[in-house]
Design a binder for this molecule. Structure first.
Ligand code: NAP
Length: 272
């Protein structure tokens, strides 16, 4: 039995859709704090189990019989919340006798206090619990750095305004990262592996060129001062760390194909 947490989120939804295309739905269970939100899976034969990261007993019940568990990191990054929730998940997985935990980690960034440190702590907790594991060190989602509203505004105004990063951005679309997780959950030989899942890298000036080509409207790049970067400002120091600019082959290997090119990603955001 493959048990998936976070199945109602952006990442988990793609994983479950792919899993039930690969294995019988009866071999898949999802954990949701609100089972009603997972109704689309229940209707197709997936076992929907109630489990809340804030309720360890519910998780232990929800993880029963899991040969493999996809542990999707929690979304509440308020300091202190995720470490508490994640330690409950690890304890529940150990108590339920989960065979193999596949954890959605992140590019490590111990060189600075950040929400990414939670992942380092969680990896350690999983190892210390003696659980067989695979760590999927996911890069930033392309969706976060190329949001639909940025693309729409750039095409409308003919200008893409974004800060200078000084190195490529090795993001990947959520769907690619989720399909890599599904490949691990259904594949063999991933015990205690750590995968650095990143894309090939792109820059905002390149994005402007891609937008020009894809939209048929010239789009030029304008460098924004960091102070004008708005909601993106807080991650700029991370995006400038060496590991956030260094591509790795693991995502392409797990997918068995190249990571979705930026052109294709952008075309999916433009009106047909
Ligand atoms: N790599 C990146 O750029 C990036 C960006 C954003 C987030 N992340 C991380 O990756 C994770 C998955 O991404 P995503 O885009 O799928 O996030 P998302 O759409 O926000 O989904 C988060 C999932 O976690 C579930 N969840 C949150 N708190 C829970 C709790 N207390 N008990 C049970 N389930 C809970 C949510 O359930 P509900 O549907 O009930 O809310 C949802 O299914 C995020 O949670 C976050 O840790 C990574």
């Amino acid at each position: 039995m493959i048990v998936v947490t976070g199945a109602t989120g952006r990442f988990g939804t793609v994983v479950v859709e792919d899993l039930i295309a690969r294995v019988p739905a009866g071999e898949v269970a999802v954990v949701a704090r609100d089972p009603e939100k997972a109704r689309r899976f229940a209707e197709r034969g997936v076992d929907v189990r109630r489990g809340d990261y804030d309720d360890r007993a519910s998780l232990e019940r929800a993880f029963a019989g899991a040969d493999r568990l996809l542990f999707v990191s929690a979304s509440d990054t308020t300091p202190g919340v995720r470490p508490r929730q994640h330690s409950a998940i690890v304890a529940a997985a150990a108590a339920a006798g989960v065979g193999h935990v596949v954890y959605t980690s992140a590019i490590t960034a111990e060189d600075g206090a950040s929400f990414l440190a939670d992942h380092t702590t969680t990896e350690r907790a999983i190892r210390d619990a003696g659980l067989t594991h695979t760590f999927l060190r996911n890069t930033f989602y392309t969706e976060e750095l190329v949001p639909a509203d940025l693309v729409a505004a750039a095409v409308k105004t003919g200008e893409l305004a974004a800060p200078a990063i000084g190195q490529p951005l090795v993001t990947a679309p959520i769907a690619d990262l989720a399909l890599a997780a599904s490949a691990v959950l259904t594949g063999a030989g991933h015990e205690n592996a750590v995968y650095e899942l990143r894309g090939p890298g792109w820059t905002y000036p390149e994005l402007a060129a891609v937008l020009s080509e894809a939209s048929g409207t010239p789009v030029s790049y304008r460098e924004l001062a960091d102070d004008d970067a708005g909601g993106m400002a807080f991650i700029l120091p991370l995006l400038r760390l060496p590991q956030f600019g260094t591509p790795t082959p693991d995502l392409q290997r797990l997918l068995g194909r190249q990571v979705t090119p930026l052109e294709e990603f952008v075309r999916g955001l433009l009106p047909a």
